[in-house]
Design a protein around this ligand. Structure first.
Ligand SMILES: C[C@H](O)[C@H](C)C(=O)SCCNC(=O)CCNC(=O)[C@H](O)C(C)(C)COP(=O)([O-])OP(=O)([O-])OC[C@H]1O[C@@H](n2cnc3c(N)ncnc32)[C@H](O)[C@@H]1OP(=O)([O-])[O-]
Length: 719
């Protein structure tokens, strides 16, 4: 809808009304079309101001309408009518002008933005492109390089940057609507032709081809198989080479190739899944909208290793005072230097003063007696963590929350050594903690709704995507990752090479193949976990380590590499070779291929040809299969949660939605058939056996994801 009013006698004020972000739904488009026609016909009206209800201009096209048949007046002619109008139209941009919202503003003759407004054309993040003239009008206003950057990245810019780029005419700290009305009154009678962007010629850079070549290289490297960024670049090229109307046709044709694509559906699924993940619920009826989070003003961080440092930086950047504790002076000093350095670099990037006063470093746990919440990030060892939690339970005030950053240990076992199990919860950050967006919030069986609400809300405040998961070994992310990694190891035994597996996974869209990821995080981490799980011990024959342990197939390859000191980047060699210890550039290592040949010989394994299809299917379908088990076990409330864990924590390609969405897109019956096929070939790998829920869903004719919950029969759900 759009409300119509006249103000200052001669200004028509048209207000977009569609909470929460005044998206351009069919009803809003109809409202704008009628209101603009009314204003243009009303002789008392000399100019028009467009604004949005509730201090928000417009969040773009209504994404909820994309899955439905198009109805209502289309955007392009609606915006043309505004631009072609004989009365000046001024857009009053408060808080946001995104996607179709900015395209609407670009159709206006003038734009005024509030200083805090965010502007952008983020369609590419939804697998689309700006299809209401944005790819043709923006380059005519800013020039090609700036338009290419904004449209192929989808990044939001500040009002100040928009002013610098000429996208807006004025920025005000005051009321943007009033400022727009002032501007409208002041431009009445001025010629409008020069303000119609579609009339403008596109300013061209000296080396047009060079600019596009360079951007396409970056886009393709960043996109990893995503179609939309490349289509965006092509549409902007049309603005450089074609007259406006022909460019618009090109924009429409390119949009048609994207709109119905699987990638667009996957990216729009991610948009809503990310928001759905925040809407958590517990079996006892506690939910995100009926549980009050506690305020967190002060926090403690125990352990200033890699994770503790990143967590401390996140908290300080979110305006929370931090007490950082270490046991040894040496660790405290290096932790202090690292954290201060990270805060100073970040402040320099943002052009602000580093808030170093917000954090104190101490060797004394006593200094934690008044904090609202503590996050423990010490070495991943249960006995050590238990002693820390017992101490915290003594030192911290009775209602302080105790959180652990464990990546897979039993949160409830930790709670049992404290005097406050309901106030204990897991907050599993991902390395580097001040960069990675994912936060797994592990709800122990005794974690109170208020504690879960506080952890989930704190995650959002730290700029994280918080996902509530149950308390089981490895929680959601690492529980699935173990099986994905197992498949990759088994494929090496059967004939593949690390490069081949990684290339197949990177072609699929992963940021990095699994063996490069293993080298990056260090092979010794998994080694320690396998030792702690009793999979490696004195009973293992070092010469001929068993390939069956704890009743299932086991691959000793990574253990053998660790025994050779091949720990990955940190030792300069792992699955790949690096120039030096800490080197980042991975090179295939001939020693690894002869090591694998010798290994297969020792175990009498005849290598076979492994196809890219098999690599992807075994690694990706085993993830989804375990995802179904996690839903059955009640360790995740919905497939969306599992998908957001993988998109934001494990480099799963966003344009494939997530392991569960991908399985649905491929077809559950196909996933079932392929898993059965691989399980028949490998009966000693139980995780290739299709899960009960997958079978049940296929039996129920593969219902849409939203209906999967009805088929879950988990007894002891924790979510
Ligand atoms: C032709 C044209 O070229 C093309 C084709 C297009 O225009 S394509 C569309 C392009 N536009 C976008 O890509 C902007 C998408 N939105 C955002 O980036 C963010 O939302 C935000 C605007 C920066 C606000 O962030 P927030 O953190 O303050 O709140 P929120 O939780 O995110 O959002 C609050 C609530 O609003 C809902 N919502 C937000 N934007 C929406 C949209 N464009 N359509 C429908 N619903 C939307 C969202 O689902 C949530 O709902 P619920 O969960 O409460 O039920």
């Amino acid at each position: 809808m759009a409300q119509y009013a006249r103000t200052k006698g001669s200004i028509a004020l048209i207000t977009l009304t569609n909470p929460p972000v005044n998206a351009l739904s069919a009803a809003v488009r109809k409202g704008i079309t009628e209101a603009v026609a009314r204003a243009f016909k009303d002789t008392r009206v000399k100019a028009v101001v467009l604004c949005g209800e509730n201090g928000k201009f417009c969040g773009g096209a209504d994404i909820r309408e994309f899955a439905k048949a198009m109805s209502g007046p289309p955007l392009v002619p609606m915006i043309h009518a505004i631009e072609a109008g004989e009365k000046p139209v001024v857009a009053a941009i408060e808080e946001m002008a995104l996607g179709g919202g900015l395209e609407l503003a670009l159709g206006c003759h003038y734009r005024v933005a509030h200083a805090k407004a965010r502007l952008g054309l983020p369609e590419v993040t939804l697998g689309l492109l700006p299809a209401a003239g944005g790819t043709q009008r923006l380059p005519r206003l800013t020039g090609i390089p700036a338009a290419l950057d904004l449209i192929t990245t989808g990044r939001h810019i500040s009002a100040q940057e928009a002013l610098k780029l000429g996208i807006v005419d004025r920025v005000t700290e005051g009321n943007a609507v009033e400022a727009a009305v002032e501007l409208a009154l002041s431009v009445v009678g001025r010629p409008l032709a020069p303000r119609r962007l579609s009339n403008h010629a596109t300013p061209l850079p000296a080396d047009l081809d060079g600019v596009f070549e360079e951007v396409l290289v970056q886009v393709k490297r960043r996109a990893r198989g995503a179609m939309a960024p490349v289509a965006c670049a092509k549409a902007v090229r049309a603005a450089a080479e074609l007259p406006y109307s022909r460019g618009l046709e090109c924009e429409r044709e390119l949009m048609n190739t994207l709109f119905t694509s699987g990638q667009a559906r996957a990216l729009q699924y991610c948009f809503f899944a990310q928001r759905a993940a925040g809407k958590w619920s517990l079996p006892n009826g506690a939910r995100w909208d009926n549980s009050r989070p506690r305020a967190v003003h002060t926090a403690g961080v125990i352990g200033l290793g890699t994770m503790g440092r990143g967590i401390a930086v996140c908290l300080v950047k979110a305006g929370i005072s931090v007490v950082a504790v270490e046991t040894e002076e040496k660790q405290l000093d290096s932790g202090r230097r690292a954290v201060r350095g990270m805060l100073e670099r970040d402040a320099k990037r943002r052009g602000v003063t580093a808030p170093l006063h917000m954090i104190t470093f101490t060797l004394s746990m006593q200094q934690l007696r008044d904090v609202d919440l503590v996050i423990e990030a010490v070495f991943e060892d249960m006995a050590l963590k238990k002693s820390v939690f017992a101490e915290l339970s003594r030192v911290c005030r009775p209602n302080a929350l105790l959180c652990t950053n464990t990546s897979g240990l039993d949160v409830d076992e930790l709670a049992s050594v404290t005097d406050r199990p309901p106030l204990v919860v897991g907050m599993h950050f991902f390395a580097p903690a001040h960069v990675m967006k994912l936060l797994e919030v592990i709800c122990g069986p005794r974690s109170s709704p208020e504690t879960v609400a506080t952890a989930m809300t704190l995650g959002k405040r730290l700029g994280k995507v918080s996902v509530a998961v149950g308390n089981c070994p490895g929680f959601v992310g690492n529980r699935m990752l173990k099986l994905y990694l197992d498949q990759a190891h088994f494929l090496l035994e059967e004939g593949a090479s690390p490069e081949q597996v990684d290339q197949a996974l990177e072609e699929f869209g992963f940021a990095l193949g699994i063996f490069k990821v293993a080298d990056l995080s260090g092979l010794d981490i998994g080694w320690r976990v396998r030792k702690a799980a009793g999979l490696i011990g004195p009973d293992v024959d070092p010469k001929f380590p068993s390939r069956h342990r704890q009743g299932r197939r086991y691959c000793p390859l990574p253990d053998l590499l660790c025994e050779q000191g091949r720990l990955g980047q940190k030792s300069g060699r792992g699955w790949y070779l690096y120039d030096s210890a800490g080197g980042k550039e991975a090179r295939p290592d001939p020693a690894i291929s002869s090591f694998l040949q010798e290994y297969r010989l020792r175990y009498g394994i005849s290598a076979r040809r492994i196809t890219e299809q098999e690599v992807v299917e075994r690694c990706v379908f085993v993830l989804a299969n375990e995802g179904f088990r996690i839903l059955e076990d009640g360790m995740a409330a919905a497939p969306e949660d599992i998908d957001m864990v993988y998109v934001f924590g494990y480099g799963w390609p966003r344009h494939r939605g997530g392991p569960m969405f991908h399985a649905a897109q491929v077809g559950l019956a196909t996933v079932l058939q392929r898993l059965e096929f691989y399980h028949r070939q490998n009966p000693d790998i139980p995780h290739l056996q299709p899960s009960t829920l997958l079978r049940r869903l296929v039996g129920a004719r593969s219902p849409p994801m939203q209906q999967w919950k009805q088929h879950i029969r988990s007894i002891n759900s924790q979510l």
